[in-house]
Ligand binder design. Structure first.
Ligand code: ZN
Ligand code: FE
Ligand code: FE
Length: 304
């Protein structure tokens, strides 16, 4: 098995389902991938066709994608931190219960979740709501793992420090079902200095433990450290930079952990109407371990 487990966000459409996602990942030369089980910004979800799942699994096996490295991202509007309206909180819990069931049907073990935003209720109440909600979602001893994502700290986002995530994790009853997804752009934007990643990882290990890292989001950042902006950039084209990201991707303590790119699509002419996925090229550059300053031009020429 390859040490480097790398892939990206891919689409998941009604027509092709998981088979389409696998095909897209393979077109990027990835050996894992991440997807939303529907639109990222809403909670409309369709049924899962067992025949499609069977075909997708076969395609993964034939192409060395280990399904245990494949990740579902929960939609980002689900907010477990807000209990101001009981109805909304219950909706979030029930949606996530459904997401766990979908993951089971698809045979997927990792679900990434943005912990939530306290929307003015205060950090402590928000964190306690997340714990309460997660214990309702993860009520069974065994099943898919929820990976809490490290957040940039936009608005009232929670989970911007390792301490906050540890606080949530400590409140979870079924410990084997809770892990963390480290997002490089987010931790940089939250104030962790990726020029000294060894120090950051050591801190993480002391507070939470490296064995709790379920997956990583690998993104460069458009903004300075501590900016709390959460604007991803293409690998090597942002403030974090290629060398720092390579040290993270190839870190000996992170071997075998799925690394997922969520970098922005490249526009053809600065406009938003035609944009193209950078992943095939970024994955190539990462495997080469050599920065290519012409990468964005190559992507444009490839898709032209
Ligand atoms: Zn995320
Ligand atoms: Fe992310
Ligand atoms: Fe982000």
């Amino acid at each position: 098995m390859e040490d480097l487990v790398i892939g990206s966000h891919v689409s998941y459409n009604k027509k092709e389902g998981l088979v389409g996602s696998v095909k897209e990942a393979l077109s990027y030369n990835a050996n894992t991938f991440m997807f939303y089980t529907g639109a990222p910004q809403n909670t409309v979800r369709g049924p899962i066709d067992e025949n499609v799942v069977r075909e997708a699994k076969k395609l993964m096996e034939e192409n060395n994608i280990d399904i245990k490295n494949v990740v579902i991202h929960a939609p980002y509007i689900v907010n477990l931190a807000n209990d101001k309206e009981e109805e909304k909180f219950n909706f979030a819990v029930n949606f996530l219960k459904g997401e766990v069931e979908r993951a089971k049907k698809l045979g997927i073990n990792l679900i990434v979740l943005h912990p939530g935003s306290h929307v003015g209720l205060g950090k402590e109440r928000g964190l306690d709501n997340i714990i309460k909600g997660l214990n309702l979602v993860l009520d069974e001893k065994d099943g898919p793992v929820i990976c809490l994502e490290t957040m940039a700290g936009k608005g009232t986002e929670l989970g911007t420090t390792f301490e906050d995530l540890k606080y949530i994790i400590d409140g979870i009853e079924n410990q084997n079902r809770i892990m963390v997804c480290i997002d490089t752009c987010h931790i940089h934007d939250a104030g962790y200095d990726l020029n000294n990643f060894d120090e950051v990882l050591e801190k993480f290990d002391k507070i939470i433990g490296i064995d709790k890292i379920g997956c990583m989001h690998i993104n460069d950042s458009k903004n300075e450290i501590n900016s709390h902006k959460d604007r991803h950039d293409n690998i090597g084209f942002g403030i974090i930079g290629f060398d720092n990201l390579m040290k993270i991707i190839y870190h000996k303590k992170l071997k075998g952990i799925p690394m997922l790119l969520e970098t922005p699509y490249v526009s053809m002419d600065g406009g938003k109407d035609r944009t193209y996925p950078p992943y095939k090229f970024e994955i190539g550059m990462i495997r080469n371990q050599k920065y290519d300053s012409n990468l964005l031009t190559k992507i444009r020429n490839y898709y032209k």
